[in-house]
Design a protein around this ligand. Structure first.
Ligand code: ATP
Ligand code: PRP
Ligand code: NIO
Length: 481
């Protein structure tokens, strides 16, 4: 079996200091935490939820090694009794979550934990860091894939990623979001996603001539040959040498030149000129790949405003670092606490209305329109609420009773998005394959209206409350006045 790094101590120190207080007071009662976010990155209309598999690995493995305990002891802040307790701790609670690859929206629980407060608290940091990172990268990658309108997007980001895990998990998230593969070989080995790539300028420079470099590569990989044509001059030498190699070696031997890559200069102008030359030489099947600090806006402009002739995109830094919007602000908030065997709903109040939490143990439903199959809104409900799809459904704005919408009975279907992942500490969820997640994600994205997916001022998707949940929220707000 592969040895796992024990990452259990990847937790904010306050999780441990607070936990010792709970422990000393014998206050390890059950609580419920919701993990959700408030704003879509890049002013977008949605996110793609990602990173659940890594959360499952972390929670399943939660334990402290002897050396972890000794380290904590050396800090002289923790009692022997508490350290003894930590040395045997493992997760015993329930976790429900939305499946990876699902389009998600602000303010809905993406994941819900019900566990003794110490356990729920100790896993906070890891849950947030895994889900915040991969959701951010999948969300960015999805935008880039959308802008490419069916042209392949290759993830080239490892060298600009914020260290090893960001490259590996970033490649995973990007593949889920629709990239055709990644240049990060490790991610191919680990996740079975396609690894791909072309060549670097250093390769061309290492030969006496560009032609020699192309010829050597073509002889080595005649079936899969994409040549980088911008080392000296894309139009004066690169494209000419690429065509020569195709004519001198590949075609006489029954092969075709697969592609050329342009990595600098004006990509619209160069791609059009290169396309013309390839076509004039009977090489209509040779693809044009471009790279160089691309993002969804440059890609959109190349395709729509500039008529660029591009077949695929290599995208690195803007994708792997979500450069325009580098933070995904997922948060983890306590929403209920057990008292005398009963779960008591809790609220977090803020002057900023956006930051007032939705109290209680809740679930999320996606409401699909019967006729179109499209998602109409998401509905937050208390877990014990029951629905009959033949009856009218009234959904409320998260803050006001007078803003509501009635969806007529018989016109909609409800799908509960949160599914069981852990029950009493045991994993009850079978993680789908990466390709399974990717296909599911594509299908789910097809149920989201284009108005929500567009980049400029997207329409806001409704995440509403049931009457019962809204009443509870307003009642708690009143009680705290
Ligand atoms: N037609 C185009 N429309 C919009 N942006 C483009 C177009 N062509 C290139 N770009 C962008 O312009 C920028 C050019 O950057 P930069 O100055 O780094 O490259 P360069 O001078 O072409 O080559 P090098 O990478 O060797 O410095 C890149 O971000 C690229 O994505
Ligand atoms: O611009 P990005 O979106 O991050 O895409 C990845 C970049 O990384 C490489 O450049 P680099 O100069 O590092 O190496 P090279 O010698 O292969 O061009 C590649 O040529 C791309 O330009
Ligand atoms: O294979 C490529 O062309 C590649 C890979 C990583 C970064 N830039 C380019």
């Amino acid at each position: 079996m592969k040895e796992l790094r024990n990452l259990s101590l990847v937790m904010d120190f306050y999780e441990l200091t607070m936990s010792q207080c709970y422990f000393n007071q014998d206050k390890n009662q059950e609580v419920v935490f919701d993990l959700f976010y408030r704003n879509n990155p890049d002013n977008g209309g949605l996110c793609l939820f990602c990173g659940l598999e890594q959360v499952i690995e972390y929670v399943k493995n939660l334990h402290f090694e002897k050396e972890d305990i000794e380290y904590l002891r050396s800090l002289q802040m923790f009692s022997n009794d508490f350290l003894d307790y930590l040395s045997t701790i493992h997760f015993t609670g329930d976790i429900y979550a939305i499946p990876e690859g699902t389009p998600v929206f602000p303010h809905e629980p993406l994941l819900r934990v019900k566990a003794p407060i110490i356990e729920a608290q100790l896993i906070e940091t890891a849950l947030l860091l895994a889900l915040n990172h991969q959701t951010l990268i999948a969300t960015k990658a999805r935008r880039i894939v959308q802008a490419s309108e069916g042209r392949a997007v290759m993830e080239f980001g490892a060298r600009r990623a914020h260290n090893f895990d960001a490259a590996i998990y970033g490649a995973r998230a990007a593949y889920i979001a629709g990239c055709v593969g990644s240049a990060t070989t490790y991610a191919g080995k680990e996740y079975g996603l396609p690894v791909l790539g072309t060549m670097a300028h250093s390769f061309i420079q290492s030969f006496s001539t560009e032609y020699d470099a192309f010829l050597y590569y073509a002889k080595t990989y005649p079936n899969n040959c994409t040549l980088l044509i911008d080392t000296y001059s894309t139009l004066k030498s690169g494209i000419k040498n690429a065509i020569r190699v195709a004519k001198d070696y590949l075609e006489p031997n029954g092969y075709r030149l697969k592609g050329v890559r342009i990595d600098s200069g004006d990509m619209a102008y160069l791609s059009k000129q290169v396309r013309k030359e390839l076509d004039q030489n009977g090489m209509q099947d040779c693809g044009i790949v471009v790279s160089n600090s691309l993002d969804e806006y440059v890609i959109e402009s190349l395709i729509h405003q500039q008529g660029a002739k591009i077949d695929s995109f290599g995208v690195g830094e803007n994708l792997i670092c979500s450069k325009n919007s580098p933070v995904f602000g997922g948060v983890y908030k306590l929403v209920a606490i057990e008292k005398d065997g009963e779960m008591i709903p809790k609220i977090k109040i803020s002057d900023n209305v956006e930051k007032v939490t939705n109290p209680g143990m809740k679930t999320v439903y996606r409401i699909y329109d019967h006729e179109t199959g499209m998602a109409q809104a998401d509905l937050l409900a208390l877990v014990d609420e029951k629905f009959d799809e033949n009856e009218d459904l009234t959904i409320y704005h998260p803050m006001s009773r007078w803003k509501y919408k009635v969806i007529p009975g018989g016109t909609y279907e409800l799908r509960e998005l949160l599914v069981p992942i852990f029950k009493r500490g045991q994993v009850v969820y079978q993680c789908p394959s990466l390709d399974g997640i990717r296909e599911y994600s594509k299908r789910e994205l097809d149920t989201i209206w284009e108005e929500i997916k567009r980049f400029a001022y997207p329409q806001e998707y409704y995440v509403d409350l049931t009457k019962k949940l809204l009443d509870l929220k307003l009642q708690l707000l009143n009680e705290h006045k």
